[in-house]
Design a protein around this ligand. Sequence first.
Ligand SMILES: *Cc1c(COP(=O)(O)O)cnc(C)c1O
Length: 427
Amino acid sequence: MSLQTLIEQATNPPESGSAASSPFTTDSFDASVMSTYGRFPLALERGAGCRVWDTQGREYLDFVAGIATCTLGHAHPAMVEAVTRQIQKLHHVSNLYYIPEQGELAQWIIQNSCADRVFFCNSGAEANEAAIKLARKYAHTVLDIEKPIILTANASFHGRTLATITATGQAKYQKYFDPLVPGFHYVNYNDISAVEAAISELDEGDYRVAAILIEPLQGEGGVRPGDVEYFQKLRQICDDTGILLMFDEVQVGMGRSGKLWGYEYLGVEPDIFTSAKGLGGGIPIGAMMSKKFCDVFQPGEHASTFGGNPFACGVALAVCQTLERENILQNVQDRGEQLRSGLRAIAAKYPHHLTEVRGWGLINGLELAADIPLTAADVVKAAINEGLLLVPAGPKVVRFVPPLIVTEAEINTALKLLEKALATVTA
Ligand SMILES: *Cc1c(COP(=O)(O)O)cnc(C)c1O
C-alpha cells in the first residue's frame, strides 16, 4: 500500500462505532483495568484537529489535548505522515547503535534552546529522574557534596515515580508510598527568602543544597506563572554558589506558553531542563537537556530501552518542524490573548464564583472562589455535557490547554460552551 493511501485512510477514518468489535461499556472496562484513575464517563474514539468523538458519535471541542500533549491536535497530516513513514522504515533498535533521528531531534532542540546536550527517555517523570540523577552525580563529582539536597517547590508536580513524587511538593501524591527518597526539601513558590533560608539552614555536616528543581509555571499546582524577579534571583544565587538550576518544562515547554520554552518568559536560562508532554505531539517521548559544563554521565550510568527510538524521535522532529514552519507560536500568543480576555469577561459576570484568570499562551487557568462549594471538577463535568473538554488543575482551578493549532472560531465556541456550563452549575 502506498504512503499516500495510508495517510488518506488515517485522515478519513470510518464513522464512529463501525470499527468496534463489541460495544464499549464502562463496566467491562472497570472490571479489567486497575482503578488508578478517576475517569469521566465517556470513551473517546477518534479525533480531527481540535475535535474528538466518543463511542456514541457525540462531538466535543477538545481543550485538554491529552493533557497539554497533542500540540498539533488530532490526526494532523504532518504527524500521520511521520508516523506512517517511520513505522514503515524503522521503529526501534535500542541505543546499542547510533540513531540518526535521535541525533537530528537533539540538534533541533539545541538550535532552539540554551541546551548543549540531550538525553532521551519516554515521559516527564523519567526526564525528571534523569535530571535528579545528573544533579546527584554533579554534586558528588564536581561540587564535592557528600549528601546532596534538591530544593523543590510546594504545590509543584514532577511525576509519579518514587523520586519524582518525593520531588513533588504535594502530600496527596506521597501518602501511602513512604519511605520516600531522601535528599529533597520544599520551599514556597515565588518566595526568594525561603530559598535563601533553606540554602543556609541546609548547609550542615555532609549536607548541602546541590540543585533547585522548579517549574517556570506551575501546571498541576493550579496554573501559577513564575515571577520574573524571583527567577532572576534564583539564577543569581545559582551562579554565585554553583547550585544547579533545573527547570521542569514538561508541561509549559514546547510552545505551549507562546514561546518555545517557559524560561523565555522569565529572562533566565536553566543549567538543566526537562521536556515531555508536547514534545512528540502526543507520541510518548521525554528529554533532559543540559549545558556542557554539567554533562557528567559516562556510558552505562543512565539508560532507557525505548528512549530516543527512531519512531518517537522521527515523529517528534516532524512536530518540531511543523511548529516552526507554520509559525504556530504566533497562533499560541494570539489565541491565548483571545482566550484570556474572553475568560476575564465571563469572570466579570460571576464575581462571587470566579476569582482569577491567569496563564501564558495556551496554558490558562480559571480560579473558582475558595469560599463556595463549587469545584473545578463540577465545572469540567458541566462543560462535558455542553460538548467541551476541560481539565482541573487542583480542586479550584479549571485548566484550558487546547491544541496549539486552535482557531479563533474554536476559542469563541469554547467560551460560549463554558458560559452555558457555568450557567448550569451556578443556577
Ligand atoms: C505531567 C508532568 C510531569 C510528569 O510527566 P509524565 O509524562 O506523566 O511522567 C512532570 N512534570 C510536570 C510539570 C508535568 O506537568
